[in-house]
Design a protein around this ligand. Structure first.
Ligand code: ZN
Length: 324
């Protein structure tokens, strides 16, 4: 064997070894699927290099109406575990996930929030408000449930998952403290948040803000004219000057409120877009749960007359004080 051929053989062997090693390494990482972006975000933060996370719903996606695609079914069927919110949020996925849960690990994270900390639906008293990511105090339970699920799936990485969860929870606590601080500066008469649907109940409960949604907990039913009329009455009678649209819900009803109030001589402005059931674009600060809440807290506090630092808690928000 000549020197050149020997080197070529060694290189070939190295290349084959490298190729063989790649899939094995990839397979070592836990393959996880999450329904909402908020859940996918925390899974990625806590799982680190030990997991590969696929989120099914992107920014602007309404989970109440979302139906699984063929690709989603393949991803969920192949995954090591699937994580969803439950509490009837992903209503169209319920049947599929219930069947999937009979043969693999499916974690229903919303149910980790204790029953006594959940808000009941006014209409359907056996159902709960599913929007548990809106209050850091409730979301803490979900973060802990994700940590425990990861430990259950790969016990050998327990120390890493625990360490990352602790670090994440201290950020969560700092965000919660910031929210309390800036929302406490709202003038008393302005502690009213009006949005397209009832996604902010836990937020209002946590920070003592009255919340009125045009639609209920879900977006799957049309708001009637009577509901719009009632809300216009509230705007006029209580002299509310700012309302909000949501990135994952049509702004039609909110615009109807603005027009209805204008017809009665009361000017209401649309103060901007809140992230209700979906986060911002992937790769941005607002595309993380921490950034999403910072955006909401900061925009709400500023628009309703409170005092907030420019750029939010960490100075990282894209929208700095300008109304959209
Ligand atoms: Zn919702």
């Amino acid at each position: 064997m000549s020197g050149t051929r020997a080197i070529a053989s060694i290189l070939l062997l190295l290349a084959l070894g490298f190729l063989a090693a790649l899939p094995a390494q990839a397979q070592e990482r836990l393959q996880l699927v999450a329904t909402t972006g908020m859940i996918a975000d925390v899974l990625g933060e806590l799982g680190g290099d030990q997991v590969e996370v696929q989120g099914l719903m992107g920014s602007g996606t309404d989970p109440h109406l979302y139906r699984q695609t063929r690709n989603d079914v393949t991803a969920m069927t192949r995954a090591d575990a699937v994580f969803w919110n439950g509490l009837y949020l992903e209503a169209q996925l319920e049947d599929f996930l219930a069947r999937l849960a009979q043969r693999k690990s499916v974690f229903t994270l919303g149910e980790s929030v204790p029953v006594e900390a959940r808000l009941a639906d006014e209409e359907y008293t056996d159902q709960y408000d599913p929007h548990v990511w809106m209050d850091p105090g409730r979301w803490r339970h979900v973060v802990l449930a994700i940590r425990d699920a990861l430990v259950e799936l790969v016990p050998v990485h327990k120390a890493a998952f625990t360490e990352r969860a602790d670090a994440y929870l201290s950020e969560l606590d700092a965000l919660n403290a910031y929210a309390h601080e800036v929302l406490a500066t709202l003038p008393e008469g302005n502690r009213v948040l009006i949005t397209a649907h009832d996604a902010f109940g836990y937020f209002g409960d946590a920070y003592d803000v009255e919340v009125l949604g045009i639609q209920g907990f879900s977006t799957d039913s049309e708001a009637g004219l009577a509901r719009i009329e009632t809300m216009v009455d509230v705007l006029v009678e209580r002299d509310i000057g700012a309302i909000f649209i949501e990135t994952s819900v049509s702004d039609r009803n909110i615009r109807a409120l603005v027009e209805g109030a204008a017809a009665r001589g009361h000017e209401v402005r649309i103060a901007g877009e809140l992230f209700s059931d979906a986060m911002g674009e992937r790769g941005t600060y607002e595309g993380t749960w921490l950034g999403m809440l910072d955006h909401n807290v900061t925009l709400i506090a500023r628009s309703l007359g409170g005092e907030v630092p420019e750029g939010g808690r960490l100075g990282r928000l894209a929208a700095k004080g300008e109304d959209e």
